[in-house]
Design a protein around this ligand. Sequence first.
Ligand SMILES: *[C@@H]1O[C@H](CO)[C@@H](O)[C@H](O)[C@H]1NC(C)=O
Ligand SMILES: *[C@@H]1O[C@H](CO)[C@@H](O)[C@H](O)[C@H]1NC(C)=O
Length: 381
Amino acid sequence: MSTNLISLLLLLSTTATATAITTTAPSDITALKAIKSSINPSTILSYTCLHSWDFTSDPCKPPHVTHFLCGLSCSGNRVTQLTFDTAGYSGTLPSLVSQLTQLITIDLSDNKFHGPIPNSLFSLPNLQTLILGSNSFSGVIPLAISNLKKLQTLDISHNSMSGSLPNSLTQLTELTRLDLSFNKLTGPIPNLPKHLIQLALKGNLLSGYLQKQAFTDSTQLEVVELSENSLAGTIPGWFFITPSLQQVNLANNSFTGVEILNPVNKHSNLVAVNLGFNKLAGYLPANFSAYPMLAALTLSYNKLIGRIPWEYSKLSRVFLDGNFLIGLPPKEFFSRRISISGSLGDNCLKSCPVSSELCLKSQKPWSICQKAYRGKLKPNF
Ligand SMILES: *[C@@H]1O[C@H](CO)[C@@H](O)[C@H](O)[C@H]1NC(C)=O
Ligand SMILES: *[C@@H]1O[C@H](CO)[C@@H](O)[C@H](O)[C@H]1NC(C)=O
């Protein structure tokens, strides 16, 4: 047989089977085929969802006994979810994905997708959940992301996204969870969307100060994770007064100071604050303890000086190690009635009782302490 004839026969047979059982919208089928063929076949192992994608049967038409067992779901004749298994699929995402206009959920996390996220994906009008975490996607997050008007969850953490964050995020009025941690994002924190509850931008190259304007509209923020960046300046007092704020992690940046506004909001929900591994100088902010719900405070490895305020014994986890704190630690820390965990080690404290877990790490040598206080430390500090 000539090759022409073979291809004609193949064409006829596929068209015949397709027309016999097709219910899925043809444009969706085209998109699904493009998606599968952009994945390296050697990474589609026999037990995986994508292996069961066999286009001799209809993707949306039940029952799915042998074909299209998983990896997608439909509503009627349209694909509404792409939820891949963690199978190590390696490939790119083709721009034809945008033909799946009824998609509500995309979750391709924990695979080996690489290359840019196609711009067309940011035009899907019904998308609510976009999870591409733990892949190797690169490129910038485009301004056009603001077209995803229904987006509630955006997670592109643990990829190689670069460039600065688009200043159109405020237009994502439904967005409650934003996780872009562990990428290579640069520049400042842009203005944030109004209904954001969780913000995670850990492990990037973000720089600049915490600008009030960026946080003004996000009055529902509960969790802010900005650790391991290059943010600088004083952590301003307004930052902690967002009414719903519960957890703040600003560790491993270059902050030089922290401000606590008075009086503290008695209705604050602030529970945990981590400001470790910065360049905070000066005295410990005693008024942190005025936050009624605060339980955990980490100020480890900064350049803090002076005494430990007794008020800190109201907290249940206190990490103050790696500073230049002096004097006797407040005796409340070692009371049998209250149990505080944490560390006071690697400071310049006088008689930190070694019987306490808080004092396991030893104190700094006298000479280093003396140097930090420019020789003004009295032997009886
Ligand atoms: C900050 O950096 C230190 C030292 O590299 C590391 O031990 C710690 O886990 C980091 N903390 C956070 C919250 O990033
Ligand atoms: C701490 O709070 C008290 C009472 O609200 C206030 O008088 C004092 O100035 C505050 N201290 C600091 C260092 O902000």
